[in-house]
Design a protein around this ligand. Structure first.
Ligand SMILES: [Zn+2]
Length: 334
């Protein structure tokens, strides 16, 4: 057998397959294996060594064939990897990672919490699945009390329900410690409401409670005044209107000067210049007695507000449902 002829055949076969590789019809590994692999054409030619008459010459020819093809194959890898490098253009602007942010309701909740922490309140939490005792009875809602009807309750089973307000945390907090108690309790509440622009079956409240000796209504007014000024701005004024809650006596609804028109009158405040923001009052002696406090010695105040409502006022959001639709275009604005 003529070793030169064999080498030429392998070379021309390589040229053919090289075209296939360049056209994308053959991948790099297959090309390399076909010629330089353990069972490739070059190895096959070496294995026929004993058939060649001049073995020394055959060795030279095959070695130089092997070197030539190895060099060509190696240059292909270099070209391919430099082609890949070219695709990475380091002068292009970087891609911004899509980092999340706090939800506007969470952010508002934290702002409110920070104001109260600065005034010396501590965080308290309680269960969202609650018994009638903690949600109603201990808060001076006797059975059949008409005020219960204001709370369209989701019942779980028997007297177990989803809490309708965060006021249950007041009871847990007072039952677990002696006065002074100075806590805030933020969290989810549930009422059987049909969702609309101002109602949702799930919403967030934050409640504050302070019980000690000689706590007065004046302190409640002072605390609320400082709170709304910190939240809505120094020029904000408060107004107290008499109201009714079973767990406070006396009770008040608290208005603030409209955050939109600053009290001049606009659509948001229905031209009154005032916006209702929270409910407040002095803790009813029956509630203090229900947790074992002596209402002759101790007194306290409590108030609660809706966190979504604060966020709506602060950021001019017209519809409560926007908070829960999770439209990224809405959420990104805050
Ligand atoms: Zn207004």
């Amino acid at each position: 057998m003529d070793v030169k002829k064999l080498a030429e055949e392998i070379k021309s076969s390589f040229q053919e397959e090289l075209k296939n590789f360049e056209n994308g019809n053959l991948n790099f590994e297959d090309l390399k294996n076909k010629f330089l692999g353990r069972k490739g054409l070059v190895a096959d030619a070496f294995s026929q060594m004993r058939n060649f008459t001049d073995k020394a010459l055959a060795g030279q020819i095959l070695n130089s064939l092997k070197n030539e093809l190895t060099e060509k194959v190696n240059s292909l890898t270099e070209n391919t990897s430099s082609a890949k490098t070219k695709k990475l253009d380091l002068s292009l602007p970087g891609r911004k990672p899509n980092a999340g942010t706090l939800h506007v309701v969470t952010e508002t909740q934290r702002q409110i919490e920070d104001i109260f922490f600065a005034m010396g309140f501590e965080m308290a939490t309680g269960p969202q699945v609650e018994t009638d005792f903690f949600n109603f009875e201990s808060l001076n809602f006797p059975p059949d009390h008409p005020a219960r009807e204001m709370h369209d309750t989701f019942f779980v089973e028997g007297d177990v329900l989803l809490r309708t307000h965060t006021s249950n945390v007041q009871i847990h907090a007072m039952k677990s410690q002696e006065p002074p108690v100075r806590v805030i309790a933020p969290g989810k509440c549930y009422r059987n409401d049909t969702p609309d622009a101002t109602h949702s079956p799930v919403f967030q409240q934050i409640e504050a409670l302070y019980v000690d000796k000689n706590v007065t209504f004046t302190e409640l007014k002072g605390t609320l005044d400082a709170f709304v000024k910190a939240l809505f701005g120094k020029a904000t004024k408060t107004r107290f209107r008499p109201s009714f809650f079973p767990f406070t006596e006396p009770s008040a609804e608290v208005d603030v000067t409209c955050v939109v028109c600053k009290g001049k009158g606009c659509n948001v405040c229905k031209q009154t210049g005032w916006i209702e923001i929270l409910g407040a009052g002095m803790v009813d002696p029956n509630v203090l007695e229900a947790v074992g406090y002596d209402s002759e010695i101790y007194s306290g105040y409590a108030f609660g507000l809706g966190i979504e409502r604060v966020a709506m006022l602060k950021y001019g959001i017209p519809d409560l449902r926007l908070f829960f639709q999770n439209d990224i275009r809405f959420l990104k604005q805050f």
